[in-house]
Design a protein around this ligand. Sequence first.
Ligand SMILES: C[S@@+](CC[C@H](N)C(=O)[O-])C[C@H]1O[C@@H](n2cnc3c(N)ncnc32)[C@H](O)[C@@H]1O
Length: 373
Amino acid sequence: MPVNPWREIPPHSSLGVYTEHGLTPTLLSDFLSAASEAGCTMVYDPFVGSGVVVTYFQEKCIESAGADSNPWSLLLSRAKTLPLDWGAVRLWAERVEGEVGEFEPIVPSPRLARYHDARVLEDLGRLRALIEEAPGEWKPLLLAVLVRVAYRWSRLKRSPAPRFKDASQASGNVRLDFFSLLNKAISELEARRFCASVALFQADSSSWIPTRLCGVVTSPPFANNIDYIRHTMLELLWSGLARHSEDLGRLRSAQIPACEAAARTWKESSQHQWLRDLASRIGGSRAPGFKKFMLQYFHAMESHFSLISDSLEWEAWYTIGDSVLGGVYIPTHSILARLAEKSGLRASVKLLGPRMKRGRTLYLLRLAPQRKR
Ligand SMILES: C[S@@+](CC[C@H](N)C(=O)[O-])C[C@H]1O[C@@H](n2cnc3c(N)ncnc32)[C@H](O)[C@@H]1O
């Protein structure tokens, strides 16, 4: 079964990376060779997630920019790409480690009490209070470390959707965990090359992208019912980017509706008859929710392609997986290729290999303008 190779590669190994998305080091290296040959000096990722693309290109001294509608993605990508005075962070950590107990806990959302035992919540709250006092530009790193520790010490497990687990599974000490992971992250970051700038924007990429783009490489949401907001719920709550379920709901509304939870009555659905025919075959008790998000998903992706069609100078590469909804096979890759062509792009699809989910496949969708610019 393919795993996410970035889990073993710094700085993702300490700061975390989203689940399988097909953007392997080999694929990014192929993109880099082709983009350099085409004369692109800047790379764009409209669905930046945990920042694999921008981190990779920064290390290769190529400027990049990334967008995501989930603010946590931007904070985590910032933590991986912002050079700091590592010696100063280390000294600070050594100094404050013994002082954590004196801090009054800050628990940014009352919802957090659902996910942690009282003692753990208090320890995490003291660390959160400590972070509040730290210099502003260190906060992405410190928060990224805190939420990794918070997950380890929570009742949530990702499997792939977050579920409750027995909290007593974690052993050791929350504070020690925090400082040892922070030191590991600093060591990994210290060894990186920060030789190009990375710009990050919070944006809905179905309604906004920059006006000129040379090369795009990304993994958009797949139509497979994954709720990225639920997946990053602890992160959003501990960082203070969301406090209540209404905040989480608003963030879901800004997502490409790739899951039932992000579908909305007010969002537009695809009117293509061939897609509606496919949706009408979806069966089972969840058919109404699946049909709704699937048609909204393809509408949003078509809007995205129409923006890409206006801006793209060279090529856009998307890794994309197929899915099965209510017993019906959804060839997301070939549907997206057809929608991209309707939006005025040339599209080709290449098989990449099997997905983590048995029987599902990963593809590379390559798009180019109809006419050379
Ligand atoms: C498959 S993940 C990207 C993974 C990424 N390659 C990485 O390095 O982790 C898809 C991302 O698309 C983001 N997303 C969903 N809807 C979006 C929208 N309307 N605009 C921008 N980003 C969106 C999600 O928040 C998620 O981070």
